[in-house]
Ligand binder design. Structure first.
Ligand code: PXP
Length: 234
């Protein structure tokens, strides 16, 4: 049985469209938790395009499950995370002009200090990387606790043969992650049609899903959207 992490950035995106007070991400987190979310994920971007610093403060005080903060590996973000102390930080690459997180982090020796500072603050460190075996070994060498495998490429493929080849790659990456003693989780681009195939691999502890859940919630309500996704990942 895998856990469901729900990314609520898009609730804040809608609020920021009017720079107003609704919809409120704290309410979204609470409804998600009431309907089976095992974790709430937010991404504090350098440009604060959706989640704001006040959201971090409020969510830290109100989340009752696990709080996963996605952030770029920068000095500013390490300082914020060390003060807020989410349960997990997921390090992601960040480009100002991108619409969403494109591709995984290219982990290098430069990330060693970021990872060790976060771990010293008592935070679990996850790294968002492509399903590339060499990169998984680097994650281990740098001290990561968890690897979140970027499933965006898998989600965008259309041809059955290509999809199977990518699933095989993802599976091998997850196997190595676990063999090296790290937690294997997956996310990005997952929806109500393509998640099942990865659940069937029976290798991932957790799936982090945002866009498709919030999109469905526009029509069916957040509770239904979470409950239905929860049935898929379980
Ligand atoms: N995992 C990570 C590390 C991400 O950066 C994102 C997007 O913010 C997600 C999961 C969720 O992706 P999606 O919104 O496509 O479900």
């Amino acid at each position: 049985m895998a856990l469901l992490g729900v990314n609520i950035d898009h609730i804040a995106t809608l609020r920021e469209a009017r720079k107003g007070i609704e919809p409120e991400p704290v309410y979204a987190a609470s409804i998600a938790e009431q309907n089976g979310a095992d974790q709430i994920t937010i991404h504090l971007r350098e440009d604060r395009r959706h989640i704001q610093d006040r959201d971090l403060q409020l969510l830290r005080q109100t989340i009752q499950t696990k709080f996963n903060l996605e952030m770029a590996p920068t000095i500013e973000m390490v300082k914020i995370a060390s003060e807020i102390k989410p349960d997990t930080v997921t390090l992601v690459p960040e480009k100002r002009e991108e619409l969403t997180t494109e591709g995984g982090l290219n982990l290098t020796e430069n990330h060693r200090d970021v990872i060790s500072s976060l771990k010293k603050a008592g935070i679990e460190v996850s790294v968002f990387i492509e399903p590339i075996l060499k990169m998984i070994q680097v994650a281990k060498d740098l001290g990561a606790d968890t690897v979140e495998i970027h499933t965006g490429r898998y989600a965008n493929l259309e041809n059955d043969g290509d999809i199977q080849a990518e699933v095989d790659k993802i599976y091998k990456a997850a196997i190595l992650t676990k063999k090296l003693g790290m937690r294997a989780v997956a996310g990005h681009g997952l929806n109500y049609h393509n998640t099942q195939k990865l659940v069937e691999l029976d290798i991932f502890e957790e799936f982090n899903i945002g866009h498709s859940i919030i999109s469905r919630a526009v029509f069916s309500g957040l509770a239904e959207a979470i409950l239905t996704m929860k049935l898929i990942v379980e």
